[in-house]
Design a protein around this ligand. Structure first.
Ligand code: NAD
Length: 368
């Protein structure tokens, strides 16, 4: 059996608390003989600043490059609020994304039946929701040059951000979305604004071409990004895979996140290009370090454990193991277990460790 190398970067705040629960799940898979992992742990973010003066050491970066997948907790917190901008905790995550070439961000928005009432929308609109937003992560307006604030001759200021995409960047993210759709319900919606943006015109043209050349079997729909935001709150279940650029993806994935109830439930994957048959990848919960609840054992570990399920699926091709783990999460919720963030008013809530233990028990019950 192949042994997969996992690098665990717990980070700050609730990061180490939820990472501990994922370690229990990893240990269970190894014990059960269903998958074998070699796990290493390193520091990132504020924890790395405290120990080494930088948010990510070169040694940790090398370990990330050597790993089959990186599991990342969360970074940041008030303790490091005054650290210089280039050395802030988040710079560790940005460096990882950049140096591992992680251009495709996959954010599933799944609404578990047991949690449909925690959504901001009506139960019938979200119950059974299962969509994935594929966001381009390394290009677009967040990185385009020029990016500056200049003072004009009359003393007033002018700010510029530049939205820029090459055909190659669009082509590779489109391929990720089409490949993903083939493993799901075979539908891709591509969101841009070709009506007012040149990058939108090129985006639509390239996605159309990639579809015609390589993915005719997948259903493709083009949608304007603003209309897409409306559709996500009107009838989100119409989508399967939604592919879009960095800026629109940032916004649309947050809209989709709110459909599912809590930040504590949302995993994500960031994937690089396939090289020599392997693909660099980092998996992380969507939430941050939650300083308001850190150290109290209250955090919901499901986003982090769900991130491991994504690693099983997308990095290791262990589809049965991924299904088993996602099923264990669903059954744990269906049995009524809730951490505080997803418990209704007045309902009993369990802590981080109890939720992790319950998911491991469900794994054991199903497998053994
Ligand atoms: P946050 O996601 O940390 O918290 C927002 C709210 O959601 C808080 O009330 C928190 O208690 C709750 N929450 C988040 N995750 C939860 C979980 N697993 N279980 C239960 N409740 C949970 O966002 P924030 O408060 O805006 O940021 C806090 C810090 O995290 C900041 O320093 C920010 O820069 C950093 N941050 C890091 C990442 C990352 O590491 N990828 C992402 C976002 C924010």
């Amino acid at each position: 059996m192949t042994t997969y190398k996992l690098l665990l970067l717990p980070g700050d705040g609730i990061g180490p608390e939820v990472a501990r629960e994922v370690e229990k799940v990893v240990a269970w898979f190894t014990r059960s003989g269903l998958a074998a992992f070699e796990t290493e742990t390193d520091l990132v973010g504020g924890a790395a600043i405290d120990a080494h003066g930088v948010p990510l050491t070169e040694a940790a970066l090398d370990r990330a490059k050597a790993a089959d997948a990186v599991l990342f907790g969360a970074v940041g917190g008030p303790k490091w609020a005054t650290v210089p901008y280039t050395k802030r905790p988040e710079a560790g995550l940005l460096r990882l994304r950049k140096d591992l070439g992680l251009f495709a961000n996959l954010r599933p928005a799944i609404c578990y039946p047991a949690l449909a009432d925690a959504s901001a929308l009506k139960r019938e609109l979200v119950e059974g929701l299962d969509i994935v937003i594929v966001r381009e992560l390394t290009g677009g307006v967040y990185f385009g040059e020029p990016k500056e604030i200049v003072t004009l001759e009359d003393g007033t200021k002018r700010a510029v951000d530049t939205q820029v995409y090459t055909a190659g960047e669009i082509e590779r993210i489109a391929a990720v979305a089409f490949d993903l759709a083939r493993k799901r319900r075979n539908k891709v919606a591509s969101a841009e604004k070709h009506n007012v943006m040149k990058t939108g015109v090129l985006w639509k043209e390239v996605v159309t071409r990639v579809h015609a050349e390589r993915y005719r079997d997948v259903e493709l729909e083009h949608v304007l990004a603003d209309n897409c935001a409306m559709q996500l709150v009107r009838n989100p279940k119409q989508y399967d895979v939604l592919v879009t650029d960095n800026l629109f993806g940032d916004i649309l994935s947050d809209v989709a996140a709110m459909l599912t109830g809590s930040l504590g439930m949302l995993p994500s994957a960031s994937l690089g290009a396939v090289e020599n048959g392997t693909r660099r990848a980092l998996y992380e919960p969507v939430h941050g370090s939650a300083p308001d609840i850190a150290g109290q054992g209250l955090a919901n570990p499901i986003a982090m454990i769900g991130s491991l399920a994504m690693a099983l699926r997308y990095s290791f091709g262990l589809l049965d193991a991924a299904d088993l783990l996602e099923g264990a999460i669903t059954r744990t919720l269906a049995a009524g277990l809730r951490t505080r963030d997803i418990a209704g008013p007045g309902a009993n809530a369990v802590g981080t460790a109890e939720m992790g233990d319950a998911i491991v028990r469900e794994l054991q019950a199903k497998a053994g």
